[in-house]
Design a protein around this ligand. Sequence first.
Ligand code: GAP
Length: 456
Amino acid sequence: MANIEMDKIVAHCKNVGFIFPGSDIYGGLANTWDYGPLGVELKNNIKKVWWQKFVQERENSYGVDCAILMNPRVWEASGHVASFSDPLMDCKECKARFRADNLISNYSKGEVNPDLMTKEEMSSYVQEHHVPCPVCGKSNFTPIRQFNLLFKTQRGVTSDNALDIYLRPETAQGEYVNFLNVQRSMRAKVPFGIGQIGKAFRNEITPGNFTFRQIEFEQMEYQFFCHAGDDEKYYEEFKNASKEFFISLGIPAEKLKFHDHDKLAFYAKAACDVYYQFPFGWDEVNGIHNRTNYDLTKHQEYSGKNMEYLDPVTNEKFIPNVIENSYGLDRAILAVICNAYDVETLPDGEVREIMHLSPKIAPFKVAILPLIKRDLSEKAHELFRELAKEFRVTYDETGTIGKRYRRQDQIGTPLCVTVDFDTLEDNTVTVRDRDTMEQVRMPISELKSYIEKIIK
Ligand code: GAP
């Protein structure tokens, strides 16, 4: 695989319809992106794989879809109002703004870990080492200020009775506050899990490496409620599940690694991220956290509702521990795209852009291509209508067949089905494989099961 630069991937995503800059015709809005016709298919397919693994295939597993706007007490209980913040410094010369921790880790090339430093220690480090501003090169920064990442808005008609509320910065709290509702309505027994996929919002000011860091993004989070004595066992199980998930999206194991947190929150027993080897370096795609029973205990304290679970067998009453599995959907998509995109030189010297997407998540499973438009499009459209009942299919009748194959390679369509004159006689078609470019002839009646086999 060629060494692909991020710029090339960003341009490709825009050109072929995966991801566009947000509010493009107005010059964009920093750190926002829109998924295009192919991106939305890829996104939905990845959500489906995640939901199947965590919600559908696990026993005692339930889904929810909670409100984005929650009672602001939720964010006081969770600690986000008081301490969900980044340490920021402004360059006094060029006015650019940076996260102090990023300045230090970039300057020290990862040798120094700012997660282990206090605010004062980070300030001193920047001063003592004359860390330069990445924009203007001078070293003249303001002191560090903590900048809260919560997006605040107001509920209410007039400003004097308006209530400050927040766009959720994570989906997890919806799962915690519904612990009792889910447990009772589903008669769930601990251990059980609650999964949710949805939008989250953070007022990130630092540049984002394409969709890696956005102000509006999607999370897939799964909270597993268990007995205190079982937490370590489940923590290990979910660590393994996280790698399995990314591998099932087609990402090779050698491009994934665990990264244990250097500094744990005071209540946490263990925390680990999965890192993927992006073109811009190794970085986090998900997190697995052993959060003890801190979250439910805090919600009990702030809401005044008893969050205890009564074990029907032992009659023991306890607040369950939580193993949190937090996946950034956009980062999973970005990892998949970076992994799939390639520029290949074929044996005849021709160069092709290709996306080696796993057929399971490819936006289109099949492209229907009539060899020539005039006489064959009716039969090809008929085939499109038949297959579209089962699969996401695309249709292309413009340009030479070679150019059409290349267009499908570019967007990762695993199979191209060519309708030719023999098709009119004997109802057979040619099926071409994206990766090997090999072609087989088969009856239309066998197509459906062939495609299903490829997807599985
Ligand atoms: N509930 C725990 C939680 O939210 P986190 O590590 O802050 O933990 C979890 O976020 C995941 O969400 C990250 O691993 C990442 O994949 C994704 N994520 C976080 N901030 C993001 C951002 N600004 N843009 C895109 N994805 C983000």
